[in-house]
Design a protein around this ligand. Structure first.
Ligand code: PMV
Length: 332
């Protein structure tokens, strides 16, 4: 170990995918069925401290100040196991993780959590890995975490083995002033999480068509982002989200993440764009909350329209965020 203190903190942002990752070629390595593209969310992040210990007999984990339950603990231990193999150590770690977004918002924390955990664990050990290796390692904890290592607009190339499946910055955070206005529809935990969902993707007759056409959408969305062409961007982002949810709904067993309120919001977003010329489009992950991606100038109007749909909707907002980084040690 080349860090005498054995301890480091790191911060990573959550991300929202414009071209979705759904289904794996290799579940263990989390090699995805298709390449994907996302933007980091500046205002949603996880901060994690890892301390490698010469005395601990097992890894321990606290999340937002409380001891973690068995399921998150098992998943973090599994990831630390992979990191131990790479760092060539048998030390155990104490991990403290804090999200700045409230738990139970239905906003996934696995991307920011596994990106922050990976970087903090490597830094605490005193190792220095290239960004692409950190991204590939983060992927082993949660696929989308690969995209929370680099900054800004990020592309994760599917690759065909561990080393070649990593994410890279496609455009920097200041390239395009987009805001994700998130309509929180439900705060309940999802019944079927994404790890289980990836395993059933291939049972849908539509998955193959989605995967085969994903490269074309990825190319088109990159062109739209490069040119800051919102109309083109909106068309592709909505189509890609609809395709992923069509696969989910036709898997065996079917997964329905949308709720009636999600559909009402999607409809309203389309009307904002078509009738009010607001530059906004929607995308949904493995849950009912609707991410309304819009130009910064339109964000206040979009948030106001969303609030008017129903008092049940809570709103969170974020612009484009940077990459994962080591930060000064967090207080206990
Ligand atoms: O990283 P995971 O296993 O939580 O999968 C994320 C899947 C989606 O959020 C639905 C899509 C994506 O590309 O982020």
């Amino acid at each position: 170990m080349s860090n005498p203190d054995n301890i480091a903190s790191a911060r990573a942002h959550s991300n929202i995918a414009f071209i979705k990752y759904w289904g794996n070629r290799d579940h263990k390595l989390r090699l995805p069925a298709n390449s994907s593209l996302s933007m980091n969310l500046a205002d949603l992040h996880t901060r994690t401290t890892v301390e490698w210990s010469h005395t601990l007999r097992a890894d321990s984990l606290t999340i937002n100040g409380a001891p973690a339950g068995d399921i998150p603990l098992a998943r973090v231990r599994g990831h630390l196991e992979a990191l131990r193999r790479r760092l060539n150590t048998d030390l155990h770690a104490h991990v403290e993780s804090r999200n700045n977004f409230p738990v139970g918002t239905g906003i996934a924390s696995s991307a920011s959590a596994f990106a922050a955990l990976t970087l903090a664990a490597v830094a605490a050990y005193g190792a220095k890995f290239e960004e692409r290796e950190l991204s590939a390692l983060a992927r082993l904890g949660s696929g989308s975490a690969a995209r929370s290592i680099p900054a800004g607009f990020v592309e994760w190339r599917a690759g065909d083995n561990h080393e070649s499946s990593y994410a890279e910055t496609f455009a920097h955070s200041n390239h395009w002033d987009l805001i994700d206005v998130i309509a929180i529809v439900s705060r309940r935990h999802k019944r079927v999480g994404s790890s289980a969902g990836h395993r059933t993707a291939d049972t849908s007759a539509l998955q193959r068509a989605r995967v085969e056409s994903a490269a074309g959408r990825l190319r088109d969305v990159k062109t739209a982002i490069e040119a800051r062409d919102f109309e083109r961007f909106a068309r592709i982002v909505e189509e890609d989200s609809n395709l992923m949810h069509a696969v989910m709904m036709t898997s065996k067993p079917p997964l329905f993440y949308w709720q009636p309120l999600s559909l009402a919001i999607m409809d309203s977003v389309r009307r904002m764009r078509e009738q009010e010329t607001l530059q906004v489009c929607y995308t949904l992950d493995a849950g009912p909350n609707v991410h309304c991606i819009c130009l910064a100038a339109d964000a206040p109007a979009v948030a106001a329209r969303l609030r008017a749909i129903s008092p049940e909707i809570d709103i969170m907002q974020s612009g484009v965020g940077g990459g994962a980084r080591v930060i000064p040690l967090m207080g206990a």
